[in-house]
Ligand binder design. Structure first.
Ligand SMILES: Nc1ncnc2c1ncn2[C@@H]1O[C@H](COP(=O)(O)OP(=O)(O)OP(=O)(O)O)[C@@H](O)[C@H]1O
Ligand SMILES: [Mg+2]
Length: 408
């Protein structure tokens, strides 16, 4: 063990780990599902948080939120109801500043994201942390769950894998440590495992995993590894002999525990970093992107609607020309362009009625000055009756048009 360094205790019987070697080193916690990896990682994290060590956890399964039960300065960034801040790509720059410069411990919960989305967020985080550490050189630990998904042994080495391996190889000089967790050591890039300065090997039962144990720890350990109980492990470090240990149980709420019907109520834990949370919340994402294809489709549909309406106007105009409502009343000249408001057939009829009324009135007023003549009176009466019946006919016609919406 390095001399004079502060330590954290990870077992009930007093096994300790030196803080600087954990925070700036390269760690690997492995074992089959349910063997105790996340519990071990949580114990290390709890002990580091007690010592106010800055760290960021990349939580792929949403199981580290329970740490907030005891560590109120942890900020949970994710897409869950209980997240303190929503995780967006735009906020990553400030998240890394708050974590690295201000020392705010962060849980980056990517469990709700699709693989490609979470990869681009994680890539941004590790790239920024690596570059910022060149200047700040503060001790800082990144914990990555399910690390085989990001640095696979097989398949192409993408940008994210290169950046993680770069931290494993060159992070220590900048103060940047990394701890990967995986249930499949055979699926993790060997370049990562061989760089590790400390590792915890929990139970394995499958031959392929035992082969990986054989290659890294040797045949004796490979033969014993299937007999380890949950929480038991081989602790391998650059500074001490490999030992069989039983990691203590974590102190905080176990979010990753197998659910039972009695534990359906999930506690909510509040962070006390309200000022930093507000800062993060104030960073908005970019305005929604305009989709040129959608805009083009909308424009085409609007143009075709305009064309339809123009055609309809022409149709109505020619219908009106072919069926003039009244011989002598206002007509729309065929050669003239159609101007709005277009007089409706109803309006034309109403105008006609008004004109008849006006004529009748004019005629009646003029009659007063006439001398009395029975023949003239009879003629006037017939004329009056004809006008009244014509008016009545026109009124009925207007009503009928109104009812049946007949277009003249
Ligand atoms: N050291 C321990 N002491 C007591 N209980 C433990 C210990 N380690 C693990 N457990 C118990 O085992 C359960 C499974 O542990 P854990 O979630 O750490 O497994 P895991 O290896 O991370 O599994 P997975 O690969 O599925 O994530 C825990 O909920 C806890 O109850
Ligand atoms: Mg786990």
């Amino acid at each position: 063990m390095p001399q004079n360094s502060k330590t954290i205790t990870v077992t009930n019987d007093g096994v300790t780990l030196p803080i600087p070697s954990i925070v700036t080193g390269r760690g690997f916690i492995t074992g089959k599902s349910g063997s105790g990896k996340s519990n071990t990682a949580s114990v290390v994290i709890e002990e580091l948080l007690k010592n106010r060590c800055p760290l960021l956890i990349i939580d792929t399964d949403g199981e580290y939120r329970g740490l907030k039960e005891k560590f109120k300065d942890l900020i949970h960034v994710g897409q869950k109801e209980e997240s303190d801040v929503e995780l967006t790509l735009e906020r990553v720059d400030l998240i890394t500043d708050l974590a690295l410069i201000q020392g705010a411990p962060i849980i980056l919960d990517v469990s709700t994201f699709k693989t490609e989305q979470s990869k681009s967020i994680i890539n941004e985080v590790v790239t920024l942390l690596f570059h910022k550490e060149k200047e700040h050189r503060k001790h800082f630990l990144i914990v990555i769950e399910e690390v085989h998904e990001f640095i696979p042994q097989q398949g192409g080495v993408d940008e994210l894998a290169q950046n993680i391996i770069r931290i494993a190889k060159r992070g220590r000089k900048r103060g940047l440590g990394i701890c990967g967790i995986s249930q499949r050591p055979s699926a993790v890039d060997k370049d990562f495992i061989t760089q590790c300065s400390w590792s915890v090997w929990h139970r394995f039962t499958w031959a392929i995993d035992k082969k990986a144990v054989n290659q890294t720890l040797g045949v004796d350990y490979a033969n014993q590894i299937s007999s380890l109980k949950t929480g038991e492990a081989f602790l391998v470090t650059d500074w001490d002999e490999t030992t069989r240990v039983t990691i203590k149980q974590k102190e905080t709420f176990d979010e990753g525990a197998t659910p039972h019907t009695s534990d359906i109520v999930r506690p909510t834990f509040k962070s006390d970093q309200s000022e930093l949370i507000e800062q993060l919340r104030s960073i908005e994402g970019p305005p929604p992107k305009l989709d040129p294809n959608a805009l083009r489709t909308e424009l085409t549909s609007k143009n075709s609607r305009i064309k339809d309406l123009e055609n309809r106007i022409l149709e109505l105009t020619s219908e009106l020309d072919a069926n003039p409502p009244l011989p002598s009343t206002k007509r729309i000249e065929p050669s003239k362009p159609v101007s709005l408001p277009n007089p409706s057939p109803n309006k034309l009829l109403e105008d006609s009625i008004e004109s008849i009324n006006a004529n009748t009135k004019k005629q009646t007023t003029a009659d007063v000055s006439q001398d009395f003549s029975p023949i003239w009176e009879l003629g006037q009466l017939i004329l009056y009756l004809w006008r009244v019946s014509l008016r009545g006919f026109l009124i009925i016609l207007v009503k009928l048009i109104g009812i049946f919406k007949i277009k003249l």
